[in-house]
Design a protein around this ligand. Structure first.
Ligand code: BTN
Length: 242
């Protein structure tokens, strides 16, 4: 059900003008037994991205981490990442910006490879259940083009509504309302990766072929010359339409 997969309401929101990283702050809270919390910062000094990258976090962006209640199966964690990507995509669209998803969780401006937002999910498991699960969302909302990193764009640069509070509210509401089945179908609906030839750098090597589907809990199905491969993690590059 939706509640079990979203953030349990009511939840507390903590806002900071500046933090090293909202994910790290959420993790500190988790260590003291807190859950069901949203940590938001106006800017980050040590923002982290996927694959050990940094995440530029100037003022004007939305930096938010959802600390979810423990106990869910660790194997389901990728679903939360997809749910966050769907929620951010819808918030961008509600702000008047045509956003799409690149597998697994990059939110791009439609018709470009320029990134509007990303999601970093982190967790710790105890046997097969999560002890803590943090879904960190970074979105370039009210960020001027000049301060964006290369390859990025923002809601502001794309001419959308730059109200960060409204943006954040929409993200959380959508995230909260999605159940696992709805997540996958919504993700498919917003994805640009499916139907393209992709190259994915996975921990086990490069996989190239047509991205044909996504399957629970968030794996990409790629049709290669040697048959279908199910890819669980990696960096995906769109090469061309299939
Ligand atoms: C990506 O690489 O695309 C994911 C970027 C995730 C950035 C967000 S900003 C809020 C949260 N705190 C962090 O340090 N990272 C995530």
């Amino acid at each position: 059900d939706a509640i079990a997969y979203g953030l349990e309401a009511p939840y507390a929101v903590e806002f900071h003008d500046r933090l090293p990283s909202t994910n790290d702050q959420a993790r500190e809270r988790a260590a003291t037994g807190v859950s069901d919390r949203l940590v938001v910062a106006g800017e980050q000094t040590g923002g982290r991205g996927r694959l050990d990258r940094t995440w530029d976090s100037p003022p004007g962006g939305v930096y938010a981490s959802l600390l979810l209640a423990p106990g869910r199966p660790t194997a389901h964690a990728p679903v939360f990442t997809l749910a966050a990507a769907v929620a951010v995509t819808r918030a961008c669209r509600a702000a008047g910006v045509d956003a799409v998803i690149k597998w697994p969780n990059d939110v791009l401006l439609a018709g470009s490879e320029r990134k509007l937002a990303g999601v970093l999910t982190e967790m710790e498991g105890e046997s097969d259940r999560v002890a803590w699960l943090i879904v960190g969302i970074g979105a370039n909302v009210d960020v001027a083009g000049a301060t964006l990193p290369e390859g990025a764009t923002s809601v502001r640069a794309a001419g959308g509504d730059t109200d960060r509070r409204r943006f954040c509210q929409r993200v959380v509401e959508t995230f909260h309302g999605l159940d696992p089945d709805a997540v996958l179908s919504a993700w498919r609906e917003h994805a640009v990766t499916l139907g393209r030839v992709v190259r994915v750098e996975t921990p086990g090597g490069t996989v190239e072929g047509e991205a044909v589907d996504i399957e629970f809990p968030g794996a990409l199905v790629v049709r290669t010359d040697d048959g279908e491969r199910v890819v669980h993690a990696g960096d995906c590059e769109h090469l061309r339409p299939a």
